[in-house]
Design a protein. Structure first.
Length: 104
């Protein structure tokens, strides 16, 4: 499955739009990461545990987007965008969305 933030796929013609597709995941931090984040906030710098958690969540959300596009019979997803939101204290959502299309 091809997915892209652009509105076209170079060298390919879009022959049909099959609809909007999404993928999301709500991820919660665990106490170990929270303790390390608290310590890191004292001295500054990257909080790698959170970076890894968000990278993993992004990959899960993309996988769900691709699964949704496959169910619609799409060849690609164009114009993908990411957004995040806080669901409750200690957890957040990553949402990815785009337009599923068929290619020539």
């Amino acid at each position: 499955m091809i997915y892209s933030t652009t509105e076209t796929i170079p060298g390919r013609d879009i022959i049909e739009s099959v609809g909007v597709v999404t993928g999301n995941v709500v991820q919660a931090k665990h106490i170990g990461r929270d303790i390390m984040a608290g310590l890191k906030s004292i001295v500054g710098g990257e909080i790698r545990g959170y970076t890894e958690m968000l990278n993993e969540a992004r990959d899960i959300a993309i996988g769900r987007l691709v699964e949704s596009a496959n169910q619609k019979g799409a060849d690609a997803v164009i114009g993908i965008r990411f957004t995040t939101s806080s669901i409750m204290d200690g957890s957040s959502e990553i949402l990815v969305f785009g337009t599923a299309v068929k290619l020539r």
